[in-house]
Design a protein. Structure first.
Length: 268
């Protein structure tokens, strides 16, 4: 199979955690996705995700982790980081490079602070150290759509907030298709993760992160804002900051040089 992409599952008490593994490199790379994890499953996604992140497949064996399939109310981003550590241990990953995108970046902050021995290098993308007014507004809007069972509205709102107007206008044809594929049987996992985003706060713990860190943000971010990237970079000793002033939250899809910028940092 291309890039040796395959699905896997890790047992947890009362539930389990899905992941996708691909790549041929010796070094492990952990990718932690955003709030969209609350809507999608990983069934049938091994090859598409491998193609999306193919730039890393030669140097790394890449693991893209979903959050637990069943999670309790009140489950926080730090709780998710603890379970992420357990998942890595279950797969025999004692130390890895970690890339966290959006909500995945919130989890990665706690993982790097709580288990510094497990994070070799860290990349935090389109994320923030604590909830702000814009994030609360965005997540509340999406929860309202979910509560009305308006999945197409949720998808459209997400896309409009994620991408620049030009990119949205070019790709909006795909929203109905994505809506049909991504609609969950229940929004329960989405609600739990949405609440975790709005209660996230790692600001006082950033100084505990010792891994070399690259923070990447978008100047037009309409989900977490742009100022959070600077606050993270200021809080983590020695962290570097790279801003894309022309892109928003979806910079990881719109910026053509994004995967190579991340890869170059990881391979230093």
């Amino acid at each position: 199979m291309l890039y040796k992409a395959k699905n896997g599952r890790i047992p947890f008490p009362g539930t389990d955690m899905d992941y996708i593994r691909f790549g041929t490199g010796r070094k492990p790379l952990i990718l932690l996705p955003g709030l969209g994890d609350g809507l999608r499953t990983m069934k049938g996604m091994a090859l598409p995700i491998a193609l999306m992140y193919r730039a890393f497949a030669r140097e790394y064996t890449v693991f893209v982790f979903r959050r637990k399939n069943r999670m309790p109310r009140g489950y926080t981003t730090r709780d998710m980081a603890r379970d992420q550590r357990r998942a890595m241990e279950a797969l025999g990953i004692s130390r890895a490079d970690v890339v966290g995108i959006s909500m995945g970046g919130m989890i990665a902050q706690h993982l790097a602070a709580d288990a510094p021995e497990m994070v070799r290098r860290l990349v935090l993308v389109a994320t923030c150290p604590c909830a702000n007014a814009l994030l609360t507004e965005s997540v509340t809007e999406w929860m309202d759509y979910a509560q009305r069972d308006d999945h197409m509205g949720l998808m459209r709102s997400t896309a409009q907030r994620t991408y620049t107007q030009a990119y949205f206008d070019r790709e909006k044809w795909a929203i109905p298709i994505a809506g049909k594929v991504s609609k969950p049987q229940s929004y329960e996992r989405f609600y739990v993760q949405a609440q975790a985003c709005m209660s996230h706060d790692s600001l006082a713990r950033l100084s505990m992160i010792s891994a070399p860190t690259l923070v990447i943000g978008g100047g037009l971010d309409r989900i977490v804002g742009s100022e959070g990237s600077g606050r993270i970079a200021e809080g983590i000793p020695g962290a570097r900051l790279w801003m894309y002033p022309q892109y928003g939250h979806g910079l990881y899809e719109e910026a053509k040089d994004f995967p190579w910028r991340v890869l170059n940092f990881l391979l230093e």
